[in-house]
Design a protein around this ligand. Structure first.
Ligand code: CAA
Length: 257
């Protein structure tokens, strides 16, 4: 692997970003966050983008947290700036118009777990370890964990994890809804292939609309969110994917989106 802080692979619009600091278990320092932000900014405007996958280099870690060595001597104001930098970058990731998936290939702790939580969903290798161990360091999660974790696993489980700092294996992560699927680490590349086929075969505008409906609707009351769904559903009938998709079904052929 080259010396880039983040490796980028583009396979038919499915872009994989690999955090590449394996010697520090891919810990997030300012330089990595700056580079991630730059890449996500480019992807926001990228035509033909279908999905963004995030993973960590090496077999040991997805991301083992924010960089503790870099954080150690920060003043409160510097810590605030560092957290704001990460939050802005994670927001960019969260609001990309296409599905985003964390491929968790090992330790996924602290800021790493928060990075995974900023993705639409996560799949994990069976050796993955999750946790928000910040209290062991005398701090709390600062990259969104206290807010996105309860929204993913419920407030009670989030309180358990954030106050004890205990680690969770892949089986428990699956059980509590922190990840959608667990597989052997060697199966992760096949999952990317499967996802590339699935998402590549679907109408790209429809996929984006589904994400928009769910994300924007979650912030609204049910009635407003259902009205949003209706608008986006109707909008699908104004594009060229709906006639192709439904004609293909009636004609018993594969749609060509
Ligand atoms: N920051 C900086 N360096 C880290 C790191 C981190 N979060 N996690 C691991 N590393 C470094 C280690 O210092 C070590 O470097 P050296 O070889 O130069 O000594 C290298 O990665 C390998 O780590 P270990 O030798 O510790 O590997 P291990 O297999 O014995 O343990 C581990 C693995 C259990 C993940 C352990 O490294 C660990 O506990 N890491 C810290 C996890 C953590 O506390 N994360 C939360 C950080 S705080 C945070 O993220 C706050 C926030 O919300 C913003």
């Amino acid at each position: 692997m080259s010396e880039q802080l983040i490796e980028v692979v583009d396979q038919a619009g499915i872009v994989t970003l690999t955090i590449n600091r394996p010697k520090a278990l891919n810990a997030l320092n300012s330089a990595v966050l700056t580079e991630l932000d730059r890449l996500l900014g480019e992807l926001q405007a990228r035509e033909g983008l279908r999905a963004v996958l995030i993973t960590g280099a090496g077999e040991k870690a997805f991301v083992a947290g924010a960089d503790i060595a870099e954080m150690r001597d920060k003043t409160p104001e510097e810590a605030r700036c560092f957290a704001r930098q990460a939050l802005a970058t994670f927001k960019r990731l969260e609001t990309l118009p296409v599905p985003t998936v964390a491929l968790v290939n090992g330790f996924c702790l602290g800021g790493g777990c928060e990075l995974a939580l900023a993705c639409d969903w996560a799949v994990a290798s069976d050796n993955a370890i999750f946790g928000q161990p910040e209290v062991l360091l005398g701090v709390i999660p600062g990259f969104g964990g206290t807010q996105r974790l309860p929204r993913r696993v419920g407030p009670s489980m989030a309180l358990d994890l954030c106050t004890t700092g205990r680690k969770v294996d892949a089986a428990e992560a699956l059980r509590i809804g922190l990840v959608n699927r667990v597989m052997a680490q060697s199966e992760l590349p096949a999952y990317v292939e499967e996802l590339t086929k699935q998402l590549g075969g679907n109408g790209p505008a429809a996929v984006r609309a589904a994400k928009q409906a769910i994300h924007d609707g979650m912030d609204q009351d049910l009635e407003s969110a259902l009205a949003l769904e209706t608008s986006l559903f109707a909008l699908c009938f104004a594009g060229d994917e709906q006639p192709e998709g439904m004609s293909a079904f009636v004609d018993k052929r594969k749609p060509n989106f």
